[in-house]
Ligand binder design. Sequence first.
Ligand code: PGA
Ligand code: ZN
Length: 433
Amino acid sequence: MTNSFLVSSVKAREILDSRGNPTVEVELTLQSGAIGTALVPSGASTGAHEAVELRDQDKNRFHGKGVRLATNYVNSEISEQIIGLDSRDQVALDRLLMDIDGSPNKSRLGANAILGVSLANAWAVANHKRIPLYQYLNPQVDYLMPVPMCNVLNGGAHAENSTDFQEFMIVPTGAGSFTEGIRWVAEIYQILKTTLTERKLTTTVGDEGGFAPQLPSNEAAMELLMESIEKSGKKPGDDVCIALDPAATEFFIADSEEYLLSRENRRLTGTDLIDLWSKWCDTYPIVSIEDGLAEDDWNSWVNLTSRLGRNVQLVGDDLFVTDKNRLKTGIELGAANSILIKPNQIGTLSETLEAVQLAQENNFSTIISHRSGETEDVTISHLAVATKSGQIKTGAPARGERTAKYNELIRIEDRLGSAATYPGANSFRSSRK
Ligand code: PGA
Ligand code: ZN
């Protein structure tokens, strides 16, 4: 019996990501001839609890970063076992991939191999049905567009010699649509560039397309953002807010349990750092702080959440790693009130969607996110719409791998017309609504 939805072949190859490092691309074909393609991203400030990205460690190729082991696993073991499977049963496919891998953290076949197959499968079904991926994942009449959180100043592990804190983002909460929000952000980005040039703050761009100037302090970045928002004619707090991802695990010293701000030559305890966030929230229109504390500093997370959690979105990225078990701990303890969703942290589409569901059932907001190492893949744009997350984080409004995601959302919003709603400030807890 022929069934056009059966997987007929799967093929992986090694391609390049936006940092020029190798990554996995998977093409999965159904009996109908429909093809799904997925390109896997890669982090730099990865959490210790993430699923394992398999790298060859062969120093003769790509400085050890090759992914031929992962692509070979797709083309051999995985291919042998999934050909003939019904692609519409995503959960069964993902479970099978985990069973073939057999390890608790996808370390044998690699989360990069597994995620590529998982996402390519979903795309193949959507392509066969000739509908957008978001519609296949969640058939609805009306859809919620995400508010973009755009990283315009890069520091930490994403830029050399810049701020200790990794990401300073602008969030167009007062825009009337996603498309208008992106325009505001792009305008502010250009103003920021001019301001940096005028001040002779020569700058490179960081991995996510934001500028990476050498600033005297971390707070100087906040002042630059405020000034650029105002110069664009927008009102900070009403039109455009600020979101931060300090990625605090990166500057946490485990031995002394301190946070080291090298830029300012300061060492802070968890409580000091919470005081700093609290002060910044009083001074600036901050709607969201991600990884404001380190990935295993649960006690401080609970304190931060009880202090700021009513009005500020407190996002666990390295803290939760898109893992529903770590998220459960956070829900039980009252640590954070939001989760960053990165499919490659957990390794399959089904587990990604399970984490979203658990968060939403428990009144945690969800933010669909890129990685610092990206590709032209636009799956996360569709995931943001399908999950009604109301928020997406995918870098500066510049560089092809970042604009690919924003441009796909512009297309989706245009095609949806009046069936698309832009939530603006309603996506956030802030009292500034
Ligand atoms: P990463 O950074 O992709 O390098 O982990 C992104 C983030 O921390 O959100
Ligand atoms: Zn982060």
